[in-house]
Design a binder for this molecule. Structure first.
Ligand SMILES: C[S@@+](CC[C@H](N)C(=O)[O-])C[C@H]1O[C@@H](n2cnc3c(N)ncnc32)[C@H](O)[C@@H]1O
Length: 244
């Protein structure tokens, strides 16, 4: 595939850097990406996993934090290829091991993390495509937005060191948030909400969102307002003490 690649500046918590991106073809790092960096604490010598790394914003960010090493996994080959370029562009390739694959599958048996960043696809198929956030080639969270996050919640505990943390998103209005949180509570003893943000939608985005929702998708909320603007709620949780 011939993609238009451009270089964009990103300003995440404590670190400003540039990434090659392809907005028409690949997932474009967005407000949720930034929200993750506001929620995550990386301690000196932490081993970090970035599952669903896209073109690498959180991998590069975690490598610039005082981490020991970052292991990242992305399922879409073209995103993985750009991720590899972005590691070199930011001189962090020695501190990162990146794999094209699914979830924890590519890791050597026994590899564990102190912090797992799971910014995996968590928006339901209809809204994800209608809002233009997920280009055609990028997997969404499926019909109810839970199909990628729930397997991570179920598996992550086995890959955490004692005291380790999992960070995961809940797009409360654009996925079945109750189902995600139920799975989180049955896989971890402690859940702490780190951020809860109302993101505004443009009038056109709201119109497209409403048109994308199927009648039976009651969990997708399209009427939340802040002042005169339609909004959706994005949350990030820290999960600790897995139930194994
Ligand atoms: C919401 S995007 C976030 C990407 C990146 N963290 C960012 O902020 O730009 C979710 C990413 O998860 C990836 N993904 C979906 N299913 C996956 C799986 N089974 N294993 C690894 N990555 C997956 C998607 O391809 C996509 O790049």
């Amino acid at each position: 595939m011939c993609m238009n690649v451009e270089t964009k500046p990103f300003s995440l918590v404590r670190h400003d850097f540039e990434l090659d991106v392809a907005p028409d073809y690949l997932f474009m790092p967005n407000q949720t990406t930034k929200l993750f960096t506001k929620s995550i604490t990386i301690y000196p010598h932490d081993v970090v996993f970035d599952i669903g790394s896209g073109v690498g914003p959180l991998t590069v960010w975690a490598a610039k934090e005082p981490s020991e090493h970052v292991y990242s996994v992305e399922i879409v080959r073209s995103q993985f290829d750009l991720l590899m370029k972005n590691l070199e562009k930011n001189n962090v390739e020695d501190k990162v091991s990146a794999y094209c694959g699914s979830f924890f599958g590519p890791f050597q048996p026994g590899l564990k993390a102190d912090a797992i960043i799971a910014d995996v696809s968590g928006i339901a198929e209809g809204p994800a495509r209608a809002l233009g956030w997920y280009p055609e080639e990028i997997p969404t969270g499926g019909y109810d937005g839970t199909e990628v996050i729930i397997p991570v919640l179920e598996q992550a505990g086995r890959y955490l060191h004692d005291g380790g943390r999992l960070y995961f998103p809940c797009a409360l209005d654009l996925s079945d948030g109750n189902k995600i949180m139920k799975s989180a509570a049955s896989n971890f003893r402690n859940l702490e909400r780190k951020v809860n943000v109302q993101f505004p939608l443009t009038a056109k985005q709201h119109e497209d969102l409403v048109a994308s929702v199927k009648e039976e998708q009651h969990y997708i909320k399209t009427d939340r307002m802040k002042g005169s603007r339609n909004v959706w709620i994005g949350q990030i949780y820290e999960a600790t003490d897995p139930i194994l």
